[in-house]
Design a protein around this ligand. Sequence first.
Ligand code: SF4
Ligand code: MG
Length: 326
Amino acid sequence: MTLLEIADLRVAFPGPTGPVNAVNGVSLEVEAGRTLAILGESGSGKSVTAQAVMGILDAPPARIDGAVRLRGRELLTLPRKQRDRISGEEIAMVFQDAMAALNPVYTVGHQIMEVLRVRRGMSKADARRRAVELVDRVRIPAAKDRIRDYPHQFSGGMRQRIMIALAISLEPDLLIADEPTTALDVTVQAQVMELLAEIQRDSGMGLMLITHDLGVVAEVADDVAVMYAGRIVERGTVGQIFDGPAHPYTEGLLASMPRVDRRDDVLYAIPGAPPNPAQLPTGCPFHLRCPRATDECRVTLPPLAALPAGRESACHHYEEVLGARR
Ligand code: SF4
Ligand code: MG
């Protein structure tokens, strides 16, 4: 069942020389009970897409067009009050920086209890009991005592767990996690990601996971949408994409991924940098960095085309890309 549907989403911000087109017609779905990874470099529009879904972009100055539907209900045009009610209850978000998302002057227990008391009308005693359960759920030892601590008394990884506890406190149907482990060191990253995946599985919620990390995608995603310059350039299941990408950008990302079974001294890196969203190139936005680019690519924007087996690719030469791996 489709939980979230984004249709032709466009987001532009005013810039000094004209609009900055951060998201240029993104369409995707998050299925209930599945994890969709949105993969892209910084500046690809993946965070802005998430923020538009979450309703936390200022509009104006942002100009937002298209549709965002949660179980068929349009969110972009919902009055503020109804929109706010959906936040937390139906869609919740976990950010990269827990320190910025948590309030430094209240204990973590107080912050979780406050949500439960205000939104669920729970008594103080019930809210405390539930807060302990939630903190325990995210595997923080001695939850009963730790809820009396302030955010700064936790390590980075533990704080991220607290933010997850807060995000799932109202049992949302969809969780959006924007680079939730990027700021953590590698071992802690893996533990927090594992926890997030486990909670997703147990609760059956949909997870939209925003990441630049292919390793994370391989670990936890069911479906993948690869973003470049504000567009989706490839979509498929995680198996399809790792078995054989259908877009040169994904091909480059995979080639630059460190792998234990391949001991290259120098990793491949995609040449150049992503284009400036205020000055997108003509034709395919990837053509300046693409080893497969032809004259057609420099003039004509490739549409996101349907491929066999439910995949999609926005490349004029996707057949060659698919063929390269066989
Ligand atoms: Fe490369 Fe052309 Fe495909 Fe764009 S359309 S990704 S430039 S081959
Ligand atoms: Mg980001």
